[in-house]
Design a protein around this ligand. Structure first.
Ligand code: GLV
Length: 322
């Protein structure tokens, strides 16, 4: 019987689907990843694995898993997986695009407005009993209305984000590896060179995946070029940002604030300087975290595993660009 490893606790209804045909080993802790040594041990005789971003799939894992046919990643991003190595060993890699697009764009939008209107600061202000009276500039923030918004990464999530901007009377610019005519025609987003995007945007939203091209894209010279009242939002991947450069930019007031749903090291160390800044909002990588969307992501992983183990093409295979 094929053996499926599930590295995170997922609802029983999904496990039952898999158990109809396979032996399933699920890690039972809801908020802690499966320890690496246990993962390496359990994958030895597995034919499929259902993993999350916490699992790094490298040569050690692949060498350990001679029977593995499919790796189903419960995420759209797949920078945790050495996809070319897996594919060179005949292992199919799948991800969860589309089903999480709207939920992730919604989170990005929430984060942008939260930073712009200083919502976290304001809530702390009330909780701490500091609210003494109304004051003309008390917690005055920044309007999204009438602003210029720059989207870096115009894939599905970038487009869903641009669509949400339509009601806010903003000017939308974007930069992407390739031009996206749909975004230009249907969403009124203007394609601009990267430098124009960062120099002219009031809000800069990064939705980009982590690739060799995007790694450390937001570095010191980039933050220096931004407007001093710009707000930077990252819902892509942490390593797209040089965090030291971001901290310097915030400390030197080269930008006004930032909101990050993704960090270079997750979870963040509690001593991280970004946690001490009032104009920074950090979220624990919850872009796609609505119950409906998480259910859809899990179901897609289960479907992909089932299809591959039945010698059918998966619904959402990862395909590397050349
Ligand atoms: C989350 O970050 C994902 O890639 O789905």
């Amino acid at each position: 019987m094929d053996k499926v490893i599930v590295t995170r606790k997922i609802p029983q209804k999904f496990i039952e689907q898999l158990e109809q045909s396979y032996e399933v080993y699920m890690w039972d802790e809801a908020y802690e990843p499966m320890p690496r040594d246990q993962f390496l041990e359990s994958i030895k005789d597995a034919t499929a694995c259902f993993i999350t971003l916490s699992e790094k799939i490298d040569d050690t894992v692949i060498d350990q898993a001679p029977n593995l046919k499919v790796i189903a990643n419960m995420a759209v991003g797949f920078d945790n997986i050495d996809v070319s190595l897996a594919q060179s060993r005949g292992i199919v890699v799948t991800n969860t695009p589309k089903v999480l697009t709207e939920t992730t764009a919604e989170l990005g939008f929430t984060l942008m407005l939260t930073v712009a209107r200083r919502i976290v600061e304001a809530e702390h202000y009330v909780q701490q009993g500091d609210w003494q009276s109304w004051a003309p500039y008390l917690l005055a923030g920044k309007d999204l209305f009438n602003s210029k918004v720059g989207i870096y990464g115009m894939g599905d999530i970038g487009k869903a984000f641009a669509r949400r901007l339509k009601g806010f009377n903003t000017q939308v610019m974007y930069h992407n590896r390739t031009r996206n005519r749909h975004a230009e025609e249907k969403l009124g987003a203007l394609y601009v060179p990267f430098d124009t995007l960062i120099e002219h945007s009031d809000f800069i939203i990064c939705t980009a995946p982590l690739t060799e091209e995007t790694r450390n894209k937001f570095d010191k010279p980039v933050f220096e070029k931004m407007k001093s009242d710009a707000i930077f939002i990252n819902i892509g991947r942490g390593a797209v940002v040089d965090e030291k450069a971001l901290i310097d930019a915030l400390q030197n007031k080269e930008i006004a604030g930032c909101g990050l749903d993704v960090l270079r090291k997750e979870p963040i160390d509690m001593s991280h300087p970004l946690l001490k800044m009032d104009n920074v909002v950090i979220l624990p990588h919850i872009g796609s975290a609505s119950v409906t969307t998480r259910d859809r992501m899990v179901q897609l992983c289960v479907d992909n595993i089932t299809r591959v183990l039945n010698n059918q093409p998966p619904k959402t295979p990862v395909q590397l660009d050349d």
